[in-house]
Design a protein around this ligand. Structure first.
Ligand SMILES: [Zn+2]
Length: 322
């Protein structure tokens, strides 16, 4: 038997050792938890793959000879569907933007993609006024409802029921003939439309100026951004991409006193950097030139449209809407 004093010392040492072991164990558990949390909160990025698809329609020819090369093989970005908001949001940014209403819509909506309305044989992106009139008349006779962008979004987000035959008319680039020719034709049928414009081209003379854009806006056209100078975004640095996207947006917002948070990719081109910029700046939707109706299973930043080929007749137009 130890003397009383020695026994007491041994008990003290024992208690201290036990406390030390407990502390070490707790520290190890905390470290492990922290590592797990860091790993799970990292966004999983999908890498884009580039392919060449020469048969895809190109917008380039509609932009006029000076701005763009005459023949372009449209590079198409094939991307793994990046996290659909309902499917598996893995990034905090995506969560923050798309937390609002659930996507209840079950409808697919044809989003028609026009450019210039003029007589320009050989340019598939230009439609003659006569053909546009024919197509609008067909839509009216068949009972289509042309949607405003707000109506499109309300239907998409399940806040309102869609009409029997919804359609969204979009015009890219902002050609002057959209004001002189398309606007009066659409007005005749009381049709709505959305214009995606590049504000850097307003003083060009070939494109709309702000007075014309404002007048279109007043009669019900929605005006949204299409890059400041209609650039090939994936060829630019992240900083320049952001400037193109945000400067174009700000100018429209300032001139028209609206929110311009629906983007349209120039040439349909984008990469992961482009998508990140749109997410970080809380763009709600973005339209591509990937062919097809806009459907609820598509990423809101990768909505499809239907290119209206100006060289084709009314039967092709009917087929497009089927
Ligand atoms: Zn364009």
């Amino acid at each position: 038997m130890f003397p009383l004093k020695r026994r007491f010392s041994l008990i003290i040492v024992g208690v201290l050792v036990t406390i030390a072991i407990l502390c070490l164990t707790a520290f190890a558990v905390l470290q492990k938890l922290e590592t797990t949390a860091q790993t799970s909160s990292e966004p999983q990025q999908t890498m884009p793959t580039w392919t060449q698809e020469p048969s895809k329609p190109t917008q380039a020819s509609a932009l006029g000879g000076q701005q763009e090369p005459p023949q372009i093989i449209e590079p198409v970005l094939i991307m793994e569907p990046i996290q659909h908001p309902l499917a598996a949001p893995s990034s905090a940014v995506v969560d923050a933007i798309y937390k609002t209403p659930p996507f209840l819509s079950k409808v697919s909506i044809p989003v028609l993609n026009y450019h210039s309305v003029t007589i320009q044989p050989g340019n598939r992106a230009a439609i003659t006024p006569k053909k546009l009139e024919e197509q609008m008349q067909y839509l009216a006779e068949q009972g289509y409802t042309t949607l405003s962008l707000k109506e499109f979004i309300d239907i998409w987000e399940g806040r309102v029921s869609p009409p029997t035959k919804p359609v969204l008319l979009t015009f890219d680039d902002g050609y002057k003939d959209n004001y002189t020719t398309a606007m009066p034709i659409l007005k005749k049928y009381e049709f709505r439309a959305t214009l995606f414009m590049s504000p850097g081209m307003v003083d060009d003379g070939y494109f709309l100026n702000w007075d014309e854009v404002k007048e279109m806006h007043q009669v019900g056209w929605d005006i949204q951004p299409h890059g400041m100078t209609h650039p090939h975004l994936p060829r630019l640095s992240a900083e320049k991409q952001e400037h193109e996207i945000m400067e174009g947006r700000h100018q429209i917002e300032e001139q028209l006193e609206i929110t311009a948070d629906v983007f349209c990719y120039p040439y349909g081109e984008r990469n992961q950097v482009t998508l990140n910029i749109l997410k970080e700046n809380q763009f709600r939707y973005a339209f591509t030139i990937d062919q097809g109706k806009a459907a609820p299973d598509q990423n809101p930043l990768l909505l499809r449209r239907l290119f209206v080929d100006g060289e084709q007749g009314l039967s092709s137009f009917k087929a497009l809407l089927k």
